[in-house]
Ligand binder design. Structure first.
Ligand SMILES: [Zn+2]
Ligand SMILES: [Zn+2]
Length: 88
């Protein structure tokens, strides 16, 4: 079945189903910016949502793929570039 927003799945939080550029329903303050975090599995959630989810689970697993949850480290410009292979 085709729905008008079928192509935007990656743009919504997998927990609260609210778009990442909007506040999750449990945001403490209206207009509170809700940071988005990624797991190593590639799924993304509001920081608040995944934190709440993990706190409610005995094991830290992704709510979508049930894989072990691990926060993906976002690369920043402050990090040194990966060392090149020095060759022979
Ligand atoms: Zn959310
Ligand atoms: Zn996942």
């Amino acid at each position: 079945m085709w729905t008008w927003n079928a192509g935007d799945k990656d743009d919504v939080c997998g927990i609260c189903r609210v778009a990442f550029d909007s506040c999750p329903p449990d945001a403490k303050f209206p207009g509170d910016d809700s940071p988005v975090v990624w797991g190593q599995c590639g799924h993304a959630f509001h920081l608040q949502c995944i934190t709440r989810w993990l706190n409610s689970q005995a094991e830290q697993r992704c709510p979508i793929c049930r894989g072990a949850w691990e926060f993906k480290q976002l690369t920043t410009s402050e990090e040194p570039p990966p060392l090149r292979d020095q060759g022979q």
